[in-house]
Design a protein around this ligand. Sequence first.
Ligand SMILES: Nc1ncnc2c1ncn2[C@@H]1O[C@H](COP(=O)(O)OP(=O)(O)OP(=O)(O)O)[C@@H](O)[C@H]1O
Length: 254
Amino acid sequence: MTTSGRVALRTQALTKVFRGFHAVDSVNLEVREGNVHALVGPNGAGKTTLFNLLTGFVSPTSGTITVFDEDVTGQQPEQVARRGVARSFQITSLFETLTSREHVELALQGLTRQGFRFWRSEKLLDRHRARVDELLAQVGLVPLAEKPVGLLAYGQKRALELALVLALDPRVMLLDEPTAGMGTEDVDRTIELVRRIAAGRTVVFVDHNMHVVGSLADRVTVLQQGRILAEGAYDEVRNDERVITAYLGEAEHA
Ligand SMILES: Nc1ncnc2c1ncn2[C@@H]1O[C@H](COP(=O)(O)OP(=O)(O)OP(=O)(O)O)[C@@H](O)[C@H]1O
């Protein structure tokens, strides 16, 4: 954690109503720069909707969102991304026949204004090749870089998703359940990976695994029925009676 005291993401009275149902209800969230911030809560608490609001995939019914004090309320995902906010892609958006290297190349290419023409310059191509190698190395995929993604194990695909977010070099990284569906070994590897890539960045993540939350999060926000139920360091939050009742007790004793 390298907290500067600046606020990376802030929501004020953020609300999303779906046909009369308050999925996110008057949420005031503050994510500090350099923090790893977890969003937890029982199923249907509004975590995904909040994520979608923060990244512009869903527009709010009311309330505001700022990124480093700039108002991004109602902006499109590309505009929010331009402010340095990137979210993890889901496995479903990977192309089974392309390799990990090709995925990272495409992600980097998407960042250049020239698009495909960019790749005609050998010098720039070399520079990009080095960056592709670096990103693949960061997530431990160098030995598998030339394999079609369809042949990768689940944990390796999730690692590739992280490389694709890192390719955008975001100031704020949002990770949606980075360890979902993983076995213990992959979970521990992912914790290490996220810890490494979080250095010098702000990370917001959703995860149901309390071991992951406890290992990674500087701060935890607990949502219930669209509202913030509790907030604080993991140890504070896990000992909060309301949280134990609503969620953690349930999860830890499951
Ligand atoms: N597009 C939509 N239309 C109608 N209702 C929605 C829509 N998206 C979400 N909801 C409802 O909003 C509530 C919050 O859903 P959300 O997916 O944000 O919760 P969550 O905390 O991410 O849950 P989970 O842990 O199960 O992923 C749920 O009751 C859900 O049914």
